[in-house]
Ligand binder design. Structure first.
Ligand SMILES: *Cc1c(COP(=O)(O)O)cnc(C)c1O
Length: 478
């Protein structure tokens, strides 16, 4: 497809901007642009077609099934968008006097309260912009607390081998050493390995529960106790909160701090690099170290934002990605106390339904009741037919289905990690199950067809290493 700069021609264009009605002032020489500003010259009609064409070249939740494990690609109710687009929210300035922004402060205050309640934490910062950013923030909290207590020798963060790659990366960014521990055969934390790993140098443990193989760790209370008894803290990677929200709370499992992925669990469109939000919640003893300002209510009900003197600083400007927070609050209030656990339970039900139907044809990495997602291993299919998890994923694309997460977690060979989410009806699940089964049959009958897939997409197989290593991010004008 053509880029916007390759469409239209000089002289065409939109005339929506009113003529300038103030004197034109040119900046001093040296500060002014010398060459012509290259802007596209297209009519409104062409512009509109350009965006429609772009929309057709990608696959989003609004186009079809998107079972991308661990990413919770659920449908995002349009009412959240409508609320986030209200001028009172889009037009506010962070340096506006507090008394003129009470409504926006109330959004921050209420969201903090709701997230604290859902997670079993006491305080929340809304500043971090993503899950990984939240991990960094949570680990900085742990570091600040240990420094405050003078426990400088605690420099190690324990991370199980099933963890998301961001966990060890965030810990390294914070200057911690990483101790990797293997998972037990059932995918849960190996208690003996954990007991051997903790010691006087343990700063903490990072864990997601349910974990990345979709299993709720039955020993969770013992795990957090082992770490606490050794003097370490427990960090909850909340990316999988969609499976348990309103049902069980990380705070009650023994965790000291947590991040939320508002763009996953609390319904903001994501996946295209748009703004996210990764608030961090913590127990009261860590709250003074939180970054940014806290919103507090005075005796007259007026809201004020202030920063604790012990705060370790800022991780983002002002209140973070505010409009994502607005969407999350709209979502939480729409679902309410009954709807939140219902969403979690339906997410688990949908995943178990798909798992039960697919296990007739595919091998499960862990043959247990799953939570919101489950992992298939295509190891046997690969050995018998030469068709890999990647080939099957490409075959799904030709059937209008976004592939599941592939080759993750790293401990499973030829992994496909499927997370249907609660927002898909049984009809969609049944259609997807039929496609999976049909592709498996095809793998035995005509494996080449799957090596050649996809054939119906705007582009075929891309060189993803080249795309990651040498991306072309700038348009070169002639
Ligand atoms: C998505 C995810 C993260 C990172 O979150 P981002 O918002 O993508 O930075 C961390 N852990 C797990 C288990 C995840 O699925």
């Amino acid at each position: 497809m053509k880029l916007i700069f390759e469409r239209g021609e000089e002289g065409q264009g939109l005339s929506l901007m009113p003529a300038c009605d103030v004197p034109v002032v040119k900046p001093q020489s040296g500060y002014a642009r010398e060459d012509k500003l290259n802007l596209p010259h297209v009519s409104e009609n062409e512009l509109s077609r350009h965006y429609s064409e772009l929309g057709k070249a990608v696959h989003g939740v609004n186009d079809g099934f998107y079972p991308l494990g661990s990413c919770t690609m659920k449908y995002n109710p349009k009412i959240n968008e409508a609320v986030a687009a209200l001028p009172g929210f889009t037009g506010v300035h962070p340096l506006q006097p507090e008394e003129t922004a009470q409504g926006c402060l109330e959004v921050l205050y209420d969201t903090e309260k709701a997230l604290a309640e859902i997670s079993g934490m006491d305080s929340v910062t809304l500043q971090p912009a993503a899950g990984a950013h939240g991990e960094f923030t949570g680990l900085m909290l742990i570091k600040s607390y240990l420094r405050f207590k003078g426990e400088k020798e605690r420099v190690k963060i324990i991370v199980p081998d099933s963890a998301h790659g961001t966990n060890p990366a965030s810990a390294a960014m914070c200057g911690f050493e990483i101790v990797n521990i293997p998972s037990a055969p059932d995918g849960c934390v190996d208690l003996e390995a954990l007991k051997n790993a903790v010691g006087k140098d343990t700063a903490g443990l990072m864990l997601t529960n349910p974990n990345t193989v979709g299993v709720f760790d039955k020993n969770i209370l013992e795990i957090t106790k082992i770490v606490h008894d050794a003097g370490g803290l427990c960090y909850y990677d909340g990316a999988n909160l969609n499976a348990v929200m309103g049902v069980v709370r990380p705070g009650d499992m023994g965790f000291d701090c947590i991040h939320f992925n508002l763009h996953k669990t609390f319904s903001t469109p994501h996946g295209g690099g748009g703004p996210g939000s990764g608030p961090v919640g913590c127990k009261a003893f860590l709250a003074d170290f939180l970054p940014g300002v806290r919103v507090k209510k005075d005796a007259e009900g007026k809201l004020h934002a202030s920063k604790s003197p012990k705060s370790f600083g800022n991780v983002k400007a002002f209140g973070g990605n505010f409009l994502v927070v607005v969407r999350a609050l709209a979502y939480i209030l729409t679902l309410g106390k009954e709807g939140i656990p219902e969403a979690a339970k339906n997410a688990v039900l949908n995943a178990n339904y798909m798992q039960a139907c697919l296990k007739e044809d595919f091998d499960l990495a862990y043959n247990v009741h799953c939570m919101h997602e489950f992992v298939l291993t295509l190891d046997r299919l690969h050995r018998e037919t030469g068709v890999s998890a990647l080939d099957l994923a490409k075959g799904l694309l030709d059937n209008g289905i976004h592939p599941p997460t592939m080759y993750f977690p790293l401990i499973v060979h030829e992994a496909l990690m499927i997370e249907p989410t609660e927002t898909e009806p049984k009809e969609t699940l049944d259609e997807a199950i039929a496609v999976f089964k049909q592709l498996k049959k095809l793998a035995y009958e005509n494996p080449q067809a799957l090596h050649d897939a996809p054939t119906k997409t705007p582009v075929r197989r891309l060189d993803d290493v080249k795309a990651a290593r040498t991306p072309v991010l700038k348009y070169k004008f002639q």
